[in-house]
Each structure stands twice: as C-alpha cells, then as structure tokens.
Design a protein around this ligand. Structure first.
Ligand code: PLP
Length: 410
C-alpha cells in the first residue's frame, strides 16, 4: 500500500496531461484521406449514369458508392442506401420513425405501446443507450460471452416479452470489448421467436473493415440469415466511412429488406430531396472499388497496430504479474476494455484524472451509465501518439495498483 501510494504521488508530481477517452482517428489517419478533399475537382462532377452530382435528386445515394460498400456491409447494393454523414443519425431516425409510424409487420406505432424495451448487450456503445434514454425506451442489459450476447438469455427475453421491440448489436469488433458475433449467434438472432411481431435488430456494423491484425474476421450476413430463417424484415444494418475517410464528413449507410427499404424511403421522401452526392462522388473517385477500401484500411492498421501494441505491452509488464486486471486484445475496432477489481473502476478513473490522465467515465459503456460491478474501463488508444499511449498506460497501471491496494486494505 505504501509503495503504491508513493508511486502515485510521484506520478501526480509529474503534472502529465494525456487523454485516452477519444475513440477517434488520429490526424495521421485523417491525412490518409487527404486527397479526398480535392476531389471530385471542378471538372468532372458527373456520376456514372451522367447525373450532375451538384444538383438535387438521387434520394437513395449514388449507385456506384452503394456497390463499393455492399460487400463490406453484407447488403445487396439495391437494398443499401448511401445517405448523410453519420450512421448514428440513421439509427436515431429509424428508432424515432418506428415510434411514429408502423414498421412492416407491426400492428401499431411503438409510441402507442404502453412500454417499449430494447435488449442491450453490455458493455456497449454509450450513444446507442443515449438514443433509448432520450425516447423513454427501457434498456434490458444482457452480458456478452466472447461470441456475442448470451443467446439463452436473449431468446428467453424476446420470446416472453412483447414490449421488447429492438436490440442493439455491434456484431464485429464491438465497442468497447472487440466482441465478434459467432455464426451460431448470428443464426440464433435471425431465427429466434419474438413475442413482438415488429421486433428489429439494430445491426451497427461500424467496424466492418476496421481490422487490427492480418486476420480479416468475417461474420455471417445478418440479412441472409434473417431471410433464411423466414424473418426477412428483422434487421436494419448500419455503417459509415467515419473511421475510414473523415469522421464527421464521411458517408453513412443503412440497408435492409426490400419491405424495410420501402418503409425508409417513404420517410426520406419527406425528409430530403437527396443526400450530398458530391461527397459521395468524392468517395467513389477516392476508393474506385472495394479493393480500394481494403487497401486503405491496411494503411489505417499500420498506424493503429503500434498504439494497441503499446497498450498490451504496458498492461502485461505492469499489471500482468499481479493478476488484478484483465483486458481484451481485439482483432479490430478502436478500443481495449480493461476490467479492474470489482468496485474499483470509478476510483481508477478518479485517480487518473487527478494525475492528469483523462479516461472514459467508469460505467459509460452501460445503460444509464451504471456498471453494476464498477469494474470496466474503456481505453481508446487511436488518437494519441504511440509514446503518449505508453506514458498514459503506465499512469493507468499506477492508478489500478493503488485502487486495488486501497480496496484490499479497506
Ligand atoms: N457505432 C459505433 C459502434 C461507434 O463506435 C461509433 C463511433 O464511435 C459510431 C457508430 C458512430 O458512427 P457515425 O460516425 O457513422 O455516426
């Protein structure tokens, strides 16, 4: 305990200022898409079919861009829409539209139900939970198993409770644990019996091509699995180029069954005269084809891999021998999830803050911001430099050692 206190005092005295909260691309990653900013140029602004991209129209997005992302997002191009700049907006809109207008297969609007609940695999993405909280949708947490959500629990919940209308899923390299859903999990999600006829999976494939190792993990296509199981309208699939080209000015996609696409189109017709096709054309010219996306993601990987390696290296050397923490080693995505002893996560985050290291608030990855075991900390190493990641992680290790020693002594 004394040793842990002393090293923490030394850490504080250094007056560091580091940040591991931001799951966003580093400036070097954004530079990879530098050429995008000078495309399409003033000369040729026509899409493949001759459409002038500067003008109104093209409600569902440029077909050639939809072709490029059809494979990575596992949605046929004709059922994949290329829309605005953020997939979160599309997820939010689909939830709101389901509240306000009957989805295919439904009997009434979700807003007319006495209660609406969503299954939320935990830990998960805080902004998904934020959408539910904003609209009074109750969240039912379900643990992740390493192969996706615990399907025994999910199947029982959705079969018995007609108020469960939806479920958030990040099926590949999930935020924050790096979870990849197994084929069996995908099949069970597609085939499970649901008490609500208008139940929907919100399949957020945000990290579809964001590999961190030489193994490019593939998952089953949820749309194919749903169609095969006789539930063709069960899933909405989302994705974007936010962490491929430029975060905030990329292109977002949503795909689904023909019936769901028709339902979304009705809304879009009222919402817009068409998306930003100039930006979409820019993306087409930049990538050229799906292989262009794959090659580009390799360049991201070259920048991200050493940052993740720095996290593991420090955790292993500083905490490994003590057996007081566990962490994920994701094969893709943007995060490492660190589990400290139960009841210690808030204290670690507090100690780190006092020492000048910003960490994501404990509990952020859980509905209502509450981690029942107060043990999970989300680490985001993409933005700082490799040396900053190493420095910040050494500091985190000092804080974990002190929090664990304090708890032991209490
Ligand atoms: N979905 C997940 C799982 C994310 O982690 C993020 C960003 O961190 C997003 C969606 C945001 O995507 P977009 O920029 O397309 O809104």
């Amino acid at each position: 305990m004394e040793a842990a206190r002393k090293e923490y005092a030394e850490l504080r005295a250094r007056g560091l200022s580091l940040d591991l909260t931001r799951g966003k691309p580093s400036p070097e990653q954004l530079d990879l898409a530098g050429d995008l900013l000078s495309l399409p140029g003033g000369g040729d602004v026509k899409a493949a079919d001759g459409t002038d991209t500067r003008n109104y129209g093209g409600l569902l997005g440029l077909p050639e861009l939809r072709e490029i992302f059809a494979g990575p997002l596992q949605v046929p191009a004709g059922q994949l829409l290329a829309l605005g700049n953020a997939s979160l907006t599309l997820m939010h809109d689909n939830v709101v539209q389901a509240l306000l207008s009957v989805v295919p297969g439904g009997e009434r609007r979700w807003a007319d139900e006495p209660r609406v609940r969503f299954v939320c695999p935990v830990p998960g993405y805080d902004r998904h939970f934020g959408v539910c909280e904003r609209y009074g949708i109750d969240m039912v947490p379900v643990p992740l198993t390493g192969e996706g959500p615990d399907m025994d629990v999910v199947e029982e919940l959705v079969a018995s409770d007609p108020t469960i209308k939806g479920m958030w899923c990040v099926p590949k390299y999930s935020n924050p644990t790096g979870e990849v859903y197994s084929d069996e999990t995908v099949r069970r999600l597609a085939a499970m019996r649901t008490a609500a006829p208008d139940f929907r999976l919100f399949w957020d494939n945000a990290y579809a091509v964001h590999h961190l190792t030489g193994e490019r993990v593939e998952i089953l296509s949820i749309l194919d699995a749903c169609a095969e199981a006789g539930n063709p309208d069960r899933a909405f699939v989302f994705g974007s180029t936010s962490k491929i080209t430029t975060a905030g000015s990329g292109v977002a996609f949503v795909g689904s069954s023909p019936a769901n696409v028709a339902w979304m189109k009705e809304r879009l017709l009222k919402q817009t005269i068409g998306p930003d096709k100039v930006n979409q054309l820019r993306h087409v010219r930049f990538f050229r084809d799906t292989d262009g996306v794959t090659a580009h993601m390799e360049r991201h990987r070259a920048l991200l891999e050493p940052r993740f390696a720095a996290v593991y290296e420090v955790l292993e050397s500083e905490l490994g021998p003590l057996g007081i923490a566990e962490w994920t080693r994701p094969k893709g995505g943007y995060f490492v999830s660190l589990d400290v002893p139960d009841g210690c996560a808030s204290e670690v985050v507090r100690l780190a803050k006092e020492a000048g290291i910003a960490l994501t608030p404990a509990g952020a990855a859980f509905p209502y911001g509450k981690d029942p075991r107060d043990r999970e900390i989300r680490l985001a190493p993409s933005f700082p430099s490799v040396e900053e990641v190493r420095e910040a992680m050494r500091a985190v290790a000092v804080c974990v050692r002190l929090a664990a020693a304090e708890q032991e002594a209490a």
